[in-house]
Design a protein around this ligand. Sequence first.
Ligand code: PLP
Length: 350
Amino acid sequence: MREPSAEVIINIDNIRNNIIYLKSLLNPNTNFMAILKANAYGHGLNKIAKEIDDIVDGYGLVRLEEALSVREYTSKKILLMQGIYNTDDLDIALEKNLDVVVHNRNQLFVLDSNNINFWIKINTGMNRLGFNPKEFDLIYKEKNLDNKKFILMSHLACSDNRMDKLNNKQFRLFNKIADSINSNFLQKSIANTGCILNFPEECHHWVRSGIGLYGGVVGNNELVPAMTFRSRIIEIRHIMKNDRVGYNGRVIAKKDMKIAIVYAGYADGFPQSTKDKTTVIVNEYKAEIFGQISMDLISVDITNVPNCKIGDWCTLWDESNTNIAKDNNLISYELMTRITPRVKVIYKNL
Ligand SMILES: *Cc1c(COP(=O)(O)O)cnc(C)c1O
């Protein structure tokens, strides 16, 4: 056996199929922006950009460095969602043809540049970033936006919950503001993945989809996770009734048992808070986490897994086992983005 290491396997076909499915829900005129922030939600920025460039209309990033990296692979639209913080970065954005978000007064200098493509973010109820409607009105006049082409954007707080009343409140306010300004010069963008799935009629000119690409949406069978996280079993031991396992001796064997020690831990990005009985897969069989997650190791109850041996794989999550998040009060976004650099990344279907 080679030196073992935790690894993630990224299935590019799944990402492409997820995009094709999401696009099938949209009006054909709607542009599809793939959100690749945070290293493509942990899936590897450059590889993903290269492999989906033919089926998307643009990319959304948060860090300038990431936007520049993606620019090497595409001539399509790239939106720098954090916006610009100084004139040096504005020059870079102009040179590399990046679109930039303007979401507060400190960024208004961007509007004085004639050649920059900009998006103005308004706050419609999430109360995180963006101009409040009155402030936007003032800026609209102050900066003569009547004569400028831009994209009006906002972000939804609860789009994954169709029943939450905040959704319609945000849509109403967003559309009202858009209707009040010169529509000849305007495009609109409010939709994230949840909006595409739950409110396709509110998708307008640009959707900004992240989690849907990677299949991390809960409760939709068409979107398939693209990430498998696994590592090898490096030890198997028999323990006796009443033996305790791992730090703090958190678990106590109720009977004689067989456990596997898997070579992955919280230093690889597997959550330390994972509870006992969380399901993982060993040789196609379900097995349960048994004991506290260590920095490098996870202990798993394999009493009922036949023929298990050192070197076998333990799959922590993949497209058939997606319950880790739900069972541990975590979200798929966090699980994907917390994979650490020491984990080996392998691409399938390149
Ligand atoms: C992250 C992000 C998105 C993507 O949201 P998903 O729920 O992952 O689809 C869209 N817009 C903005 C501004 C974001 O920051």
